[in-house]
Write a protein that binds this ligand. Structure first.
Ligand SMILES: C[S@@+](CC[C@H](N)C(=O)[O-])C[C@H]1O[C@@H](n2cnc3c(N)ncnc32)[C@H](O)[C@@H]1O
Length: 242
């Protein structure tokens, strides 16, 4: 017997089994939030980047490692790591940001989570020389395998649009952060002039919805900073309320 498609699947046109799109939140015009990443003509591309596996996943990992460095460096500048801090990255992909953090704040304790076995192996190879070695785990943002109040900062670059269900994942981020801890979100933006580009991005209206979800989860959204290149990268820092 075939499993009936969930309403979220039909809302995004996503047919892949085992991958639920982040459809619990809605953009102001009623579209599922971040559907741009996983739906329509970007489905195959979205899958390669949202849960890299196989040959296409290896290619996606290599592309991320080559192209996402400026975005990761920008997000790390917003995070402003201090030596001795415990820092978690969710959706680390090939491990570019963790490698930068290891160089910038060698006394920090790094941890990372990614659902892709391929990316966990790739990051472990990239970070093999780091001492102490980062605590890398395979899993998803909605069930973080760490105790409460564990981290000074949580980083997510180009990964939050894939978290599902998003409200539960945000509650998990709040749970593992210490009071006052920073949650730094790096996003590639799709501005009106970027429409039609292959690489997906967040729309300004979606960032507004995200700010509301963060506040509802006890993570106070602060100012956003933007890095302008061929595409805009935006960083949003939210602080865990006590
Ligand atoms: C586009 S890649 C970005 C990787 C890296 N942060 C970078 O900037 O190069 C998105 C990553 O998010 C991960 N991811 C997808 N769904 C996730 C989830 N529910 N929880 C945590 N990470 C997830 C994917 O496996 C993938 O490695």
């Amino acid at each position: 017997m075939t499993k009936p498609a969930s309403p979220k699947d039909s809302a995004t046109g996503l047919a892949a089994p085992g991958l639920t799109p982040p459809g619990l939140a809605a953009a102001p015009d009623g579209r599922p939030l971040f559907a741009h990443y996983l739906g329509g003509d970007r489905k195959a591309l979205g899958l390669a980047f949202s849960r890299p596996s196989g040959l296409l996943g290896r290619l996606a990992g290599a592309l991320m490692a080559r192209k996402n460095s400026p975005m990761n460096a920008f997000a790390i500048a917003a995070l402003a790591p201090q030596d001795g801090e415990r820092i978690l990255e969710i959706g680390f992909g090939p491990g570019t940001a963790l490698a930068m953090l290891g160089r910038l704040a060698p006394g920090s304790a790094l941890a990372g989570l990614d659902p892709s076995a391929l990316m966990v192996r790739a990051a472990a190879r990239r970070l093999g020389a780091l001492r102490p070695g980062p605590d890398l785990r395979q899993g998803t943002a909605d069930a973080l395998p760490w105790p409460d109040g564990q981290f000074h900062a949580v980083l997510a670059v180009n990964s939050l649009p894939f978290w599902s269900p998003l409200p539960r994942a945000l509650a998990e981020v709040r749970r593992v952060l210490r009071p006052g801890g920073r949650f730094v979100i790096g996003m590639r933006m799709t501005l009106p002039e970027d429409r039609g580009r292959l690489e997906p991005g967040c729309e300004p209206g979606e960032v507004l919805v995200l700010r509301g979800l963060l506040a509802g989860a006890g993570l106070e959204p602060g100012a956003e900073t933007a890095l302008r290149g061929r595409r805009e990268t935006r960083c949003l820092v939210a602080l865990r309320r006590p």
